[in-house]
Design a protein around this ligand. Sequence first.
Ligand code: LLP
Length: 431
Amino acid sequence: MLLEGQGINALNHLTIGGCDSLELCEKYGTPLYVIDENVVREHCRLYKKSIDEFYNGNGLVFFASKALCNLEMIRVVNSEGLGADSVSAGELYTVLKAGMDSEKICIHGNNKTDEELEYAIKNRVGRIVIDDVSEIKKVDKIAKANNIRQKVLFRIKPGIDAHTHEFIMTGQIDCKFGFALETGEAEEAICKALEYDNIIVAGVHCHIGSQIFESEPFKEAAKVLVNFMADIKDKTGYEMFELNLGGGFGVTYTEKDDPIKFNKYIEEVSAIIKEECAKRNLVLPFVMMEPGRSIVGTAGVTLYKAGAIKDIPGIRCYVSVDGGMTDNPRYILYQAEYTALVANKAGDEKTEVVTLAGKCCESGDLLGENMPIQKVESGDIIAVLTTGAYNYSMASNYNRVPRPAMVMVKNGESRVIVKRETFEDLVRNDI
Ligand code: LLP
């Protein structure tokens, strides 16, 4: 299985964005994160085009920067006209530094610190998503001190069961994020916020989870939220005018994955929003989405060098690479499955089944088990696909392993967008 922008050249090497993966390793070393710029841009364009086509362009797509947050990545999505969502001051700092217009930034977090709220409001971010009742007063106070009226959305738990890993399921009542509908707390919070002068209650937000393959839970969530907006209007006379449906669209990690195309999702959800608004006599809200994984996931590949190979008869074959849980903790966290191949034998048949292990001092440090792959020899380059989202952004320095470099490739050209960490970087903050 190969993904968009990938191919096999005459040398039987994997190519990414027109670049020979072996040449990339020679030039930049391993492990190496590779991001295909054209794939990222195509995904951004498809989102934008779908909103134009199915919702008259009455919306904005925010890249969920937690998926991959560095200056060049943000510059790319910014140049495609997307906004960005940030869930910490660090993400906000990066997004601002990359030149994003603060009006196109949306702030999240279930426990934003006072400093984070102040930083965001002072920088005139477009929207803050209120996640807890205690934030209402704080936002109003900081907005007043800065002489502005701050637009806010309310994060709602629509009570939807999205079929995904429980750690990344966020729409149900037992969840640390947002306000539940069933208990009346969402309504109470909104009514309370309407009393404050320096807050503009723009609308509601939900994010039901991540790596979701069906469109049904998204449609259901949109329906629930529109009806909630209508209920608030009936009760208070106040009509909210913005609807943020979060992210969560699944992507292909292995052949088993069959994600819905997000333009199809946008078509279906737009129809639901229009239908429900007509039924309840609401003006069509400005719609927002916050995809992360589906923008950058499949655009990324990690290249490793194979080292020790331990074939334990009757048990399994361990192929160890020069990275692991430090650059990709998703197997150890979620048992996430990946596709691997030997980049220097890319066109060969996959005749082996191996466990891909990292180099950390931890038995659980694996990148995958039962992975079909070509015959591997020590020194081969192993490519793991779909590592663009939540890999670099979740990387660590466990065992004092420096984080790999990241290169962006495009039409056969490559450039470093994040430098490889040095040992000096590792001790930079040590006293
Ligand atoms: N909006 C909000 C409020 C979110 O919490 C998230 C993801 C997104 C948007 C973007 O979701 P996406 O389109 O990327 O699915 N570390 C996990 C994923 C955690 C997602 C957290 N929130 C993983 O590696 O699978």
